[in-house]
Design a protein around this ligand. Structure first.
Ligand SMILES: NC(=O)c1ccc[n+]([C@@H]2O[C@H](COP(=O)([O-])OP(=O)(O)OC[C@H]3O[C@@H](n4cnc5c(N)ncnc54)[C@H](O)[C@@H]3O)[C@@H](O)[C@H]2O)c1
Length: 248
C-alpha cells in the first residue's frame, strides 16, 4: 500500500467496521449500504428480496443474507451468516419496513398486525439476534429507521404505520438505556423520501420548511453520523431528518 492509499483508507469514516443493513435491497437501506461501503465498512445486506440485494451487493462488494425480518428463526440464522461473513458485527441499521394506508375502520386487522410485525417486531428481532455480536464489538451501534410519522402523526390514513414508527422511537430509547454504555441506540425519523415506498406524487411539500422531499442519500448521511464515532455521545436520540416537517 502506498502512502496516498493509506491516508485514503484512514479518512474513511467506517474503516474496519462491520455493519448489517436490513432492507438494503431498495431505497434508504440501499443508499445506506452504498454509502457505508464507500466509507470503508464491510457491509452485509439483509433483505427478503435477495435478487435485488445481490445486485447492490455485487456493486459494492457486500454480503447478502436473505431473510424475512418477521421470521424469528430465519432472522437468527441470517444474522449468524452475516457475523461469519464479516468476522463480527459492530453495527446494525434496521431499515426494512413496509407502509400501507387505511382508516381505523377500513384497514383489515391482518394488515394492521403485518405493519407492526415487519416494522416494530422485525426491528426488535434483528437487534436481539445481533446482540451477542454487538456486545463483543469495541463500540456497537444500532440505528433504527422510524419516521416523522412516529414523532408527529399528521395524516388521517397512516394510523397503523404511525403506531409502528412511534414504537420504533420508544424501542430505541428503551434499548439505549438497557444497552448502555457499550452499545448506542438511536432512531432516524425521515419525512417523505424519494423511494419506491413513497407515493411522492401525494407529497405536500408546503408541509416542509425546505419545500421538497428528501433523496435517500440525505437520510443515509444522517445514519452514517449515528453509526460513526462523530456521534459518540449520542444515544436514545430520535433524529428528525425531515426538511423541517416536524416543526413547520
Ligand atoms: N420512503 C419514505 O418516504 C420513508 C419515510 C420515512 C420512513 N421510511 C422508512 O424507511 C425505511 C426504508 O423505506 P424505503 O422508503 O427505503 O422503502 P423501500 O420499499 O424502498 O425499501 C424497503 C426494503 O425493505 C425490505 N423489506 C420489506 N419488508 C421486509 C421483510 N419483512 N423482511 C425483510 N425485508 C423487508 C424490502 O424488500 C425493501 O428492500 C422503512 O422502515 C420506512 O418505513 C420511509
Amino acid at each position: 500500500m502506498n502512502i496516498s492509499e493509506g491516508s485514503a483508507t484512514a479518512c474513511k469514516r467506517l474503516a474496519g467496521r462491520r455493519i448489517v443493513v436490513t432492507g438494503a435491497a431498495s431505497g434508504i437501506g440501499r443508499a445506506t449500504a452504498e454509502l457505508f461501503a464507500a466509507e470503508g465498512a464491510a457491509v452485509a445486506l439483509l433483505d427478503r428480496n435477495s435478487a435485488a440485494a445481490s445486485e447492490v451487493a455485487h456493486a459494492i462488494g457486500g454480503f447478502v443474507a436473505e431473510a424475512d425480518v418477521t421470521d424469528e428463526r430465519g432472522v437468527e440464522a441470517a444474522v449468524r451468516r452475516c457475523e461469519e461473513a464479516l468476522g463480527g458485527i459492530d453495527g446494525i441499521v434496521n431499515a426494512a419496513g413496509i407502509m400501507a394506508t387505511g382508516s381505523l375502520l377500513d384497514m383489515p386487522v391482518a394488515l394492521w398486525r403485518k405493519i407492526i410485525d415487519v416494522n416494530l417486531i422485525g426491528t426488535y428481532l434483528v437487534t436481539r439476534s445481533a446482540l451477542a455480536s454487538l456486545r463483543k464489538a469495541e463500540s456497537g451501534t444500532v440505528v433504527n429507521i422510524a419516521s416523522a410519522q412516529g414523532l408527529l402523526p399528521n395524516a388521517a390514513d397512516h394510523t397503523a404505520y404511525a403506531a409502528s414508527k412511534g414504537g420504533i422511537v420508544n424501542l430505541s430509547r428503551a434499548l439505549a438505556a438497557e444497552l448502555a454504555p457499550h452499545i448506542r441506540v438511536n432512531s432516524v425519523c425521515p419525512g417523505m423520501v424519494d423511494t419506491p415506498m413513497a407515493d411522492i406524487h401525494r407529497a405536500n411539500v408546503s408541509n416542509y420548511a425546505l419545500k421538497r422531499i428528501a433523496q435517500p442519500d440525505e437520510i443515509a448521511r444522517a445514519i452514517l453520523f449515528l453509526t460513526d464515532g462523530d456521534s459518540s455521545y449520542v444515544t436514545g436520540a430520535a433524529l428528525a431528518v425531515d426538511g423541517g416537517r416536524s416543526f413547520h
